[in-house]
Write a protein that binds this ligand. Structure first.
Ligand code: HEM
Length: 408
């Protein structure tokens, strides 16, 4: 596919898309499952929109995640090898070798041990929000809470110094959703240099965190190369902070804009885990993030896709497919079938799934219990969404608290 061909492809990612991506997906899904379109940067992609095809794609071994199979000019972020050699870009057998090294840290049992620490961090952040609400009557949940919790948790696990965590996550945001395209290279360069320095400093002064453990594995044999080590740290920090922080804010927004269901949760907190599953389906943040490269010509949803092209499995569209979910655009915590594709499926199923669920649940429970009169300070139509097709996220979520009493 030449650039001139790519330039002729439809480009559905315009202002109307960012205002309401779901109506664009609904139109695309009703026309066909697979669409040949261009991303904002001009990269041609085959966008898969129907749930059955997205699900099949996640399990299809003919769809590689390795950029070595890309022949169609997929740009993505151009990362140096020291950041690129990570799980989401690796096929078996390397994928399994690396995943084995870290999976024990993310099992449900291990994650359960983190609950107390996560609650402590959430309470501390809620104290900060309470001060803002008391002093100014309004607070931003993005900058005052959600931006800090997941990166603190993954930073603790890996052993990233506290002062470095937020700057790291800000660079990740600049890379994923840059204010200007030129900011991407600068952010990547900074993240790269930071991680090289961090590994050097942990190598000189090991502690008992995951990064030091991985350095020990690296230094004792050939199970992990130096690039893979740095890339793994990069992926864990990036994946561990980006999506969860956005789901906390859009999750809170969704609950505040559905007062009946919020009231039901406040009456019965055991409904919260179901609500989190429904939020994962309804407010899923990773829109154009799951890309694959066919290793041979494949048929998807009645469309023939040549090898080496970029296939984008759109989880956000799949989660709203009416052939899969009754009333898919309704947020309904009482929905019978709570399954969704938001954490992926198959070999690359989200490594941090248990952690993500716990973080979102803890964050929402903390905010809702601590601020019983929480309400939106901005009209829903005026909320500032980022204009990144990769990940749908609020830039700010201003809230008020009409009752100031604290309930535990
Ligand atoms: C709401 C929050 C989260 C969402 C929606 C999410 C979603 C996803 C999805 C869809 C994938 C599959 C990628 C693919 O198939 O190409 C994935 C993979 C991954 N996620 Fe998450 N994630 C979240 C939180 C986390 C957290 C907290 C961590 C912490 C470490 C994490 C670590 C990872 C890793 C390492 C992978 C790659 C797994 C592999 O390739 O084997 N994620 N995530």
């Amino acid at each position: 596919m030449t650039d001139s061909h790519a330039a002729q492809l439809p480009q559905p990612f315009n202002a109307a898309f960012f205002a309401d991506p779901y109506s664009v997906y609904a139109r695309l899904r009703s026309e066909a499952s697979v669409h040949h379109v261009a991303l904002q940067d001009g990269s041609p992609i085959w966008l898969v929109t129907r749930e059955a095809d997205v699900r099949a794609g996640l399990y299809d071994p003919r769809l590689s995640v390795s950029k070595a199979h890309s022949r169609a000019g997929y740009k993505g972020f151009s990362l140096p090898p020291a950041l690129d050699a990570n799980l989401v870009n690796m096929d078996p057998p390397d994928h399994l070798r690396l995943r084995r090294l870290v999976s024990k840290v993310f099992t449900p049992r291990h994650v359960e041990n983190l609950r107390g620490g996560i609650q402590g961090t959430a309470d501390h952040l809620a104290d900060g929000l309470a001060k803002l609400l008391d002093n100014e009557g309004v607070a931003d949940v993005v900058t005052g809470f959600a931006n800090h919790l997941p990166v603190a948790v993954i930073g603790d696990l890996l052993g990233v110094p506290e002062a470095d965590r937020r700057p790291f996550a800000d660079r990740v945001s600049a890379m994923v959703a840059p204010e200007h395209p030129s900011h991407v290279a600068e952010a990547v360069d900074h993240l790269h240099r930071y991680l090289i320095d961090l590994v050097a400093s942990r190598r000189a002064n090991p502690d008992d965190n995951l990064l030091s453990e991985l350095i020990a594995v690296r230094d004792e044999g050939d199970r992990l190369s130096e690039n893979e080590l740095v890339s793994l740290a990069f992926l864990l920090l990036m994946a561990g902070s980006e999506s969860a922080q956005h789901l906390i804010t859009s999750g809170l927004l969704t609950l505040l804009s559905h007062p009946d269901q919020l009231a039901a949760i406040r009456d019965d907190w055991t409904l919260l885990p179901s609500a989190v599953e429904e939020l994962l389906r309804y407010a899923h943040p990773n829109h154009m993030a799951i890309r694959r490269f066919p290793v041979e010509r494949i048929e998807m949803g009645g469309t023939s896709i040549p090898p080496g092209e970029t296939v984008m499995l759109c989880l956000a569209s799949a989660n709203r497919d009416p052939d899969r979910y009754p009333d898919p655009d309704q947020f309904d915590i009482f929905r019978q079938d709570k399954t969704h594709l938001s954490l992926g499926q198959g070999l690359h199923y989200c490594l941090g799934a248990s952690l993500a669920r716990m973080e979102i649940e803890t964050a929402l429970a903390t905010l809702l219990r601590r601020f019983p009169g929480l309400g939106l300070a901005t009209r829903v139509e005026e909320l500032p969404w980022r204009t990144s097709v990769r990940s749908r996220a609020l830039k700010a979520l201003l809230v008020t608290n009409s009752q100031s009493s604290y309930i535990s």
